[in-house]
Write a protein that binds this ligand. Structure first.
Ligand code: MSP
Length: 497
């Protein structure tokens, strides 16, 4: 039994989550559920990033206190994650006093170690990104600097601030990013390395004057300043496993941490995060899994682009949480952006869930009830399909362990397709006692359900009840060892759209 700690970014709760946020969260949930299934001691952390100028302004616009606003929005996030069957172990909020203490203690340590100094800052800021952009990084529209991600004009800022000596970590970062395979897929590490070379590494401002950004954690030694929201936010990954509160528990999980992020926040999670960790004498994360974007009409899906797909629209269209989870997992892509269209989602839903899986379940269930009154005995099983179950288990595991969820799903879908071909070939409806045929098919469905349980957990449960097996670690028992099946119903799992 291993240990597995997985995190999502903590989301800005200025608006409800959309498909883009669900993309990361569902994927992380699948990895968490897979590790629990195979017996790992698993901890899954998600939450909300509640401080900073963006939240301060959103609340101001609505005429409510930011605390009241984020309290309501954190509930909204929890409600959405419940709707998508997200099995997080802890929901972290950066306004939690336990987290605020970690932030104060961490920044105090860096200050006393000499990593923080005061100086003047001037530059262009994007409030939506909560990030300064230097020349060459921003776009120029009509002679004015614009955010390359949000397409909005940047704001010019000039103020006294506290800097973190990021530039001191350049060699460390180069070494960690090039030698250790932390970043997956690797091309993202190369991207950061080349940016380190071409743009270089400058110290980063980690404080804001309180007069401008008051909705944030106060700098412990200077009440005129607050902590920069990204410094605050990144530390959530430490707070979530009780950094400074339970050293033993913290060490155990930290050594196995897997961060899942979108490529938009790669720089923060490599350059800035690894340096903060190093300055705190902590090792970098074990893995940083980076994915590309969900795009709609050619641009990154997002509130400011105005092209979001609402999560509830998807659950309504496809009729179940599991359909939405499946669709996300199937289109999920670490390497390239994926354009989502209704046609694409409809066709995956119809051919893979309704036809391939749904029809097989329905046919096997109906035949078992009609032909054998639901009691299917083990009178041997088809060798070819047994081998196929075996080889699918292998590919599935390799894929899951290398974070390639959609490849794992494809393997299971191929197995189900072969089972559908088998049923057509052996025609159990023409036999008086098709034990061997139906037993073989139930074994396929049992193993498929177990493998698909992290992706479509509610469907897997339904299948285990209707067909008579347990959802358990698929690698623990031998194929063909279940004595018999007691099939009680032949459910229709998915309706075509
Ligand atoms: N609060 C910061 C993260 C702090 S983590 C220490 C933040 N929040 S966010 O609400 O903007 O969420 C960003 C994350 O949401 C992305 O990194 C990505 O995981 C996910 N996505 C949001 N829109 C997305 C797409 N259109 N496509 C894919 N993922 C997207 O940044």
């Amino acid at each position: 039994m291993g240990t597995f700690y997985i995190t999502t970014p903590i989301y800005y709760p200025n608006a409800p989550p959309h498909l883009g946020h669900a993309y990361t969260t569902v994927y992380a949930d699948i990895l968490a559920r897979y590790h629990r299934l195979v017996g790992d001691d698993t901890f899954f952390l998600t939450g909300t990033d509640e401080h900073g100028l963006k939240l301060q302004r959103t609340a101001e616009k609505r005429g409510v206190h930011p605390k009241e606003f984020v309290d309501g929005m954190a509930d909204v996030y929890r409600k959405y994650w419940e709707m998508l069957s997200i099995s997080y172990d802890f929901f972290i909020r950066t306004t939690d006093p336990k987290h605020e203490n970690v932030v104060r203690e961490a920044i105090r340590r860096l200050y006393s170690k000499g990593y923080i100094y005061k100086a003047r800052y001037s530059g262009w800021y994007c409030v939506d990104c909560e990030k300064f952009y230097s020349e060459g990084e921003y776009e120029v529209v009509n002679g004015k600097p614009y955010c390359p991600i949000h397409g909005k004009p940047l704001e010019y800022l000039e103020e006294e601030t506290y800097y973190f000596k990021l530039s001191e970590f350049k060699e460390y970062l180069k070494e960690v990013l090039s030698k250790k395979s932390i970043v997956y897929p690797e091309n993202y590490a190369r991207e950061v390395l080349s940016k380190l070379e071409t743009v270089g590494l400058r110290d980063v401002s980690i404080a804001r004057p309180k007069s401008r950004v008051w909705w944030a954690i106060e700098i412990p030694w200077d009440p005129n300043y607050t902590v920069y929201v990204w410094f605050d936010a990144l530390l959530n990954y430490l707070t979530g496993v009780e950094y400074l509160r339970n050293e033993e528990r913290f060490r155990k999980y930290w050594s196995e941490v897997h961060h899942v992020i979108g490529k938009d926040i790669l720089w923060f999670h490599t350059v800035i995060w690894f340096s903060i960790l190093k300055a705190l004498d902590l090792p970098p994360p074990k893995r940083l899994i980076v994915h590309a974007f969900v795009i709609n009409k050619g641009v990154k899906m997002g509130k400011s682009a105005g092209n979001v797909i609402a999560i509830e629209d998807l659950t309504n269209r496809y009729g179940s949480t599991d359909s939405v989870r499946y669709l996300i997992a199937r289109i999920f892509n670490l390497y390239k952006d994926v354009e989502v269209t209704t046609e694409l989602l409809d066709s995956i839903h119809n051919t893979e869930l309704a036809d391939n899986l749904g029809n097989l379940v329905r046919r096997v269930g109906v035949l078992a009830l009609r032909k054998l009154r639901g009691i299917v005995e083990n009178r041997g099983l088809d060798r070819d399909l047994e081998d196929r179950i075996e080889s699918t288990l292998k590919v599935y595991k390799e894929s899951m362990e290398s974070y390639e969820v959609s490849r794992a799903i494809t393997a299971v879908m191929n197995l189900l397709r072969e089972a559908n071909a088998y049923i057509n070939k052996v025609r159990p409806w023409e036999k008086s006692e098709p034990h061997k045929e139906l037993y073989t098919l139930l074994e396929v469905l049992k193993y498929s359900s177990r493998m698909l349980a992290p992706i479509i957990p509610n469907t897997a449960n339904k299948l285990s009840i209707s067909l008579g097996f347990a959802i358990a670690n698929p690698y623990e028992e031998k194929i063909g060892s279940q004595e018999s099946y007691k099939v009680t119903s032949a459910p229709i799992l998915f309706k075509k759209v």
